[in-house]
Design a protein around this ligand. Structure first.
Ligand code: FMN
Length: 159
């Protein structure tokens, strides 16, 4: 059975809230999904999942160091995330505060690892973005993203 994980780093809870909504939507769409803070995840754990979604606060327009470390640690098993589904999301303080560059940084790592990342023509294109605490718009975007990731993963796994 296909499985997913949502990994996040969060100091003040905004990114964590997004992570929990995305994981709930993935479970609701029948992709068994865990939601874990990055300090509870080792790089080796990731190989057991078919979908890996990573969220970080925007720090200086980039992902937080703990998330970058998780990605950097993949190098010892480079290529083993090939064909898995990826997704990314972020919380920042400001509109135009570097949130999309943060998401793209995470996605770049996923693409280098051989993962499959789907855009969204209607919703937040690269991945859900929250300005501060998630509001209703963000909650909907997180649900939508979780649902889309689950649907894509189930298709790829059964293909
Ligand atoms: C070290 C640091 C750097 C930050 N850099 C940015 C930034 O470049 N742009 C921005 O909009 N917000 C920035 N922020 C604000 C956080 O992205 C924002 O408060 C976010 O919602 C925190 O997420 P969290 O509640 O999951 O910890 C920064 C915060 C910290 C602590």
């Amino acid at each position: 059975m296909a499985k997913g994980i949502v990994v996040y780093y969060s100091r003040s809870g905004n990114t964590k809230e997004m992570a929990e909504i995305i994981a709930e939507a993935m479970n609701d769409a029948e992709l068994k999904t865990e939601c874990k803070s990055v300090d509870k995840v080792k790089t080796d754990d990731l190989f057991g999942y078919d979908a890996i979604v990573i969220g970080s606060p925007t720090y200086y327009g980039q992902m937080a160091g703990a998330i970058k470390q998780l990605i950097d640690d993949l190098v010892s098993r480079h290529g083993q995330l090939n064909n898995k589904v990826g997704g990314a999301f972020t919380s920042s303080a400001n509109i135009g505060g570097g949130n999309e560059t943060t998401i793209m940084g995470i996605i770049e790592g996923m693409l280098i690892a051989g993962m499959v990342v789907q855009g969204d023509p209607q919703g937040d294109h690269y991945g859900p973005v929250s300005i501060g605490k998630p509001d209703e718009r963000v909650r909907q975007q997180c649900k939508r993203r979780g649902q889309r990731i689950a649907e894509l993963t189930k298709k790829l796994v059964s293909y």
